[in-house]
Design a protein around this ligand. Sequence first.
Ligand code: ATP
Length: 236
Amino acid sequence: MLEIAALSHFYGKHQALADVALDINRGEIVAILGANGAGKSTLLKAIAGLIRPAPGATLRFEGADIAAVPAHMIVERGIALVPEGRGIFGELTVAENLQLGAYPARARAGEAERLAKVLALFPRLTERMTQAVRTMSGGEQQMVAIGRALMSNPTLLLLDEPSLGLSPLLSREVFRALAQIRESGVSVLLVEQNARASLDIADRVYLIESGRNAGLGSASEMKNNPDIQRAYLGKA
Ligand code: ATP
């Protein structure tokens, strides 16, 4: 459903991405592993239309060229980003944040059913609908951020470090939700520092190093690869 080739991006003179290629098939969870500063967030931002790729890139979604499509129209095509740091509105309530997610035209029909699905996915949000988001725990805020993205009725969900700063218990809840989101027919592209958890739920994994593709394989191949075990799974 998503095809990326020759994707480069420069911040001034600094090249953050160099000729990156990546594909996502419908129904997959694809994980991206890479060290800090490897360019993972930049890649998600380029897909979401928040930054422009350098000329010559191919970005196709559902067969259509999206390389020059602005961010608000990328959402209308069915791609939703849960940014690092969540990007939710702390002063607003859970209900208001979720409602904002349903603002895109593609999301207006079926809003009530989608809200019911989000609350089934994250039951603990149900009793907190009128609570200001800034008063919630990091894990609960992450649930609101994921819920808000789902309210836009996406077919592809992009997540940047969803377990960052969460307790092990709440991280598990977030990963369990991602598996359920995929079961519901939404494809997932996941950037995560928790390599173990992302290898456990992903179908395929891309390695990005210094802004370049550095490896690709099924999650099970990657788990058994000694270089990956050393670099990302803390094995000697
Ligand atoms: P992390 O896991 O630390 O978030 P990352 O793999 O997501 O890292 P990016 O945030 O994509 O990496 O950054 C890639 C490179 O681009 C880094 O060297 C970073 O310092 C640089 N960079 C990112 N954003 C900007 C910016 N707005 N201006 C200048 N340089 C930037």
